[in-house]
Write a protein that binds this ligand. Structure first.
Ligand SMILES: [Zn+2]
Length: 366
């Protein structure tokens, strides 16, 4: 007999002796088989402590063979209720989930509540059948693919926003905006835990549509990383100030020439020229090859090519733009380049930390 412990006592109508009395809810380790796998879990059950229980149970047992089967191997004064049975089924399901690194019911509930979503809303967000989450929060075990999607939006609020945008037609507008705001709050609060790309992307969630801010293009990190490498390969000593201004110049020139930026980055008027929003995250990108150089007074970042990148993400038009930027600033020192940018109309007509709209940027001299 497995060791058990008292969980609590409760006054209910006892089905063993058919009397209203205090029964014990006890727990013990038990096992069950799911998908051919033996799993251990904490089983809850009630015990009738009323001495007269046994004889009544015997009578009942004799008249009900199905019940007898169910009770076989157990003491007759034990019983289950439907509610307790559901709790046990959930415990068995969660034992299976833990064994397979799937999110438990509690984790799914907490993910949902983190975003302030109902079960139906979370299902709609992911484009699933409306009853799906309700089933996963009770007895049904999610398969791997569904679990992955749940995990992605749990760990990464940015993905939650993306799913929301993708399935926006499934939410009333005010509700959608309310959920989106909450998701962006979560993004701000634990954005630092994200992988390098997601940190930079999170700075651009505020620019979700093509506009004058991003040069009518959404942030494209593949292109950005490629440009950094392309420049680094062709500039003898590429430091941060030069790189940032050359990025802006290329995006501005592309906008002027083709009506779109290349990277989709949003730039601001900063002390040393035009710097993209998220410039620090840009430096931390996994595919940006950078070396930090500290001396007594300053920290410098020097950029190097990344030979693992596939530069074919850049079109011929785009590399033409990059080449003309390289040619233009070939003989400029870093300070001269910054001074040149500071003379541009787009810089003069904006104040410090202001976003430089592309409509102004296209007035560049290039
Ligand atoms: Zn009883």
């Amino acid at each position: 007999m497995a060791r058990s412990s008292l969980f609590k006592t409760i006054h209910i109508e006892c089905p063993v002796c058919n009397m209203f009395h205090q029964v014990e809810e006890r727990i013990r380790m038990s096992n069950a088989t799911i998908k051919g796998e033996k799993l251990f879990y904490e089983e809850h059950y009630f015990v009738c402590t009323n001495g007269s229980g046994d004889s009544n149970a015997e009578t009942e047992k004799a008249t009900n063979s199905a019940n007898e089967k169910q009770l076989s191997g157990r003491k007759n004064h034990e019983f289950q209720t439907e509610n307790l049975n559901n709790i046990n089924l959930m415990a068995i399901g969660n034992a299976y989930r833990k064994a397979h690194s799937l999110m438990t019911t509690e984790e799914i509930v907490s993910l949902r509540e983190n975003y302030g979503l109902t079960q139906v809303e979370l299902a709609r967000l992911l484009g699933w059948g409306e009853a799906t989450i309700s089933r996963y929060e009770s007895k049904a075990i999610q398969d791997e693919a569904y679990d992955t999607m749940l995990r992605i939006i749990k760990e990464n609020p940015l993905m939650a926003v993306r799913f929301l945008d993708k399935n926006s037609d499934k939410f009333p507008e005010t509700k959608r905006m309310q959920i989106r705001t909450r998701m962006i709050e979560k993004l701000d609060s634990y954005g630092k835990e994200f992988l390098s790309r997601q940190v930079l992307e999170s700075a651009y969630v505020k620019f979700p549509v093509p506009s004058d801010f991003n040069g009518y293009r959404l942030l494209d990190i593949d292109k950005l990383e490629s440009i950094v490498s392309y420049y680094a390969e062709r500039v003898a000593e590429l430091y941060k100030v030069r790189l940032m201004n050359m990025l802006w110049y290329a995006d501005a020139l592309s906008f002027k020439t083709y009506g779109n930026s290349i990277t989709g980055m949003v730039y601001r008027h900063e002390l040393m020229g035009a710097f993209p929003i998220g410039d620090d995250s840009l430096i931390s990108l996994k595919n940006v090859n950078v070396r930090r150089e500290d001396d007594l007074e300053t920290t410098q970042y020097q950029f190097y090519p990344n030979s693992t990148l596939d530069l074919s993400v850049l079109s011929k038009n785009e590399t033409d733009i990059l080449d003309s930027v390289l040619t233009k600033f070939k003989n400029f020192s870093d300070m001269n380049l910054a001074a040149f940018i500071q003379e541009e109309t787009a810089y003069i007509q904006t104040r410090q930390h202001d976003i430089i709209p592309y409509s102004l940027a296209k007035k560049i001299h290039g």
